[in-house]
Design a binder for this molecule. Sequence first.
Ligand SMILES: O=c1[nH]c(=O)c2ncn([C@@H]3O[C@H](COP(=O)(O)OP(=O)(O)OP(=O)(O)O)[C@@H](O)[C@H]3O)c2[nH]1
Ligand SMILES: [Mg+2]
Length: 182
Amino acid sequence: MLIRFVTGNEGKAREARSYLEGITAVNQVEYDYTEIQSDSLEEIATHGAREAYEALGDTEPVLVDDAGLFVDALEGFPGPYSAYVEDTVGVERLWKLVEDEENKRAHFRTVLAYADAERTETFEGAVAGTLVAPRGEGGFGYDPIFEYNGQTMAEMSTEEKNAISHRGRALATFAEWYADQH
Ligand SMILES: O=c1[nH]c(=O)c2ncn([C@@H]3O[C@H](COP(=O)(O)OP(=O)(O)OP(=O)(O)O)[C@@H](O)[C@H]3O)c2[nH]1
Ligand SMILES: [Mg+2]
């Protein structure tokens, strides 16, 4: 079995490949689908998966992952705009915005959208943690400032991160559903 994981983010593809090992092969495909402007990760991912499947040709199914970091003290910012904020102000400056806040809680959410010829299905995962000054060399994105159980996600191996992360949880739900179809 083969799934096309449509993303420009190698970290996402690495985590999916690691999690789905033994269930399906995962090919990373770079295709710049339209990320619609929406407050809903689900809408963004669903729209992207449908568009990518139609554009890339109706062979193997596709997966799209839309993720965001939601900071309590910032009313959920940057949320669906997390990629834009990472590219513009960057992770260190986002940490600076939170450093003096008493409440440093945040959560990650990801929505995986699966599309094939017949259907589009979504799978969600979330993880709550605390923002901290950057630590660790692994992972990607906001991982160095997101602490879970005393470790930042950048201090975890891919397997350790998958065991607790938003993406790992979404992949678990997806894997269960996918195994049922085959
Ligand atoms: O610390 C993190 N741990 C994660 O597990 C994680 N997953 C996503 N992100 C970041 O959140 C934004 C999502 O935006 P996003 O879903 O549009 O992804 P992206 O633009 O990087 O790739 P693509 O899949 O769209 O091509 C981007 O800034 C990602 O770096 C993460 N940060
Ligand atoms: Mg993106």
